[in-house]
Design a protein around this ligand. Structure first.
Ligand code: AMP
Ligand code: FES
Ligand code: ZN
Length: 299
């Protein structure tokens, strides 16, 4: 790990990763051992690795898998669900499975087609649905906190995008912890300081079987392009990605970055249907999408 000027053997690496994770959990006040954690697990290396680490550290962590109905020629959703269930069974863990098609009559790609959002790609509808469902389930099942597997590469790419466009409101909301609000569960990202390759190494060394393929719709996405740019930078300047992210967190905390105007929260009110906060005048975007889809007669 050039960025830390550190090299570890297999045995010590498997200790180092959970130790570091626990340090971040405490440093950013993510949760305590008394709280119930819902880990959003996609079947990928980050979220399966996260679940494994939290359980090894003695936290009360159950899993949530969302069936998105994405095939993409590689049976993406089936395979990721199979690997998630396999992990849960092998470790005797509780996994909630929610199938979007069963809940809302249509899979993500069909919802996307029917609502004409996202220029032919389902990623916008998928992101909206995942956020809404993770929050709904965490709240309904009484979890204290929702944990996702976002790693440093994910966070640095989002930060890069938001910085290029100086999106003050998004920058303010980006961080390891998003506190609970009216209708919103607390959200945490315990892996936000690990490089993607560090999580790959953890899963390989630990023998965790995960889905290697990315979502088939991710190809050509902006976030992948930003990740490639940041990797080029990292090659010549080891540690650049980590410094970019950590300096941002410091600057944000000290209030250096933003003027008061950005600090004002957008005017939010509870959606009359689901109760989650929204800035839309009536229903939230998710409920509006479902209403639109339900108004189309079933074929
Ligand atoms: P992504 O939005 O695909 O980059 O994934 C970011 C995080 O969201 C993952 O690390 C998981 O914690 C969570 N996630 C993504 N897809 C799913 C899914 N199908 N079910 C549950 N959690 C998911
Ligand atoms: Fe949602 Fe790819 S479109 S994971
Ligand atoms: Zn709603």
């Amino acid at each position: 790990m050039r960025q830390h000027k550190l090299a570890l053997c297999k045995e010590h690496y498997l200790e180092w990763v959970p130790e570091q994770t626990d340090r971040f959990i405490k440093k950013y006040n993510m949760f305590t051992r008394d709280e119930k954690i819902l880990v959003a697990v996609s079947g990928g290396k980050d979220s399966l690795g996260l679940w494994d680490i939290l359980v090894r550290l003695g936290y009360q962590a159950d899993g949530l898998y969302l069936g998105l109905g994405i095939d993409g020629g590689i049976d993406y959703s089936h395979e990721s669900q199979r690997l998630t269930e396999k992990f849960a069974n092998e470790h005797n863990l509780k996994l909630h499975i929610v199938d979007i098609e069963k809940e809302y009559r249509q899979s993500i790609p069909v919802l996307s087609q029917m609502t004409h959002r996202g220029h032919g790609k389902p990623c916008a509808v998928c992101g909206l649905t995942k956020r809404h469902e993770m929050n709904r389930i965490a709240r309904d099942l009484g979890y204290d906190v929702l944990a996702t597997g976002h790693n440093l590469d994910d966070e640095a790419a989002v930060l890069f995008g938001n910085t290029l466009s100086w999106s003050g409101e998004y920058l303010l909301r980006q961080g390891p912890v998003l506190p609970a609000g009216d209708g919103l569960a607390r959200k945490v990202k315990p892996l936000c300081r690990f490089y993607e390759r560090e999580m790959t190494a953890y899963c390989l060394v630990r023998g965790i079987e995960y889905i290697y393929e990315e979502c088939p719709f991710a190809e050509g996405s902006q976030s992948i392009y930003y990740k490639e740019l940041l990797n080029q930078l990292e090659t010549t300047r080891p540690g650049a990605k980590l410094t970019f992210y950590l300096r941002f967190l410091e600057a944000r905390k000290s209030g250096e970055l933003f003027v008061e105007k950005d600090m004002e929260q957008a005017h939010l009110h509870p959606c009359p249907n689901c109760g989650q906060p929204t800035s839309a005048p009536d229903l939230c975007s998710f409920c509006r999408m479902i209403e639109k889809v339900n108004s189309v007669p079933a074929s």
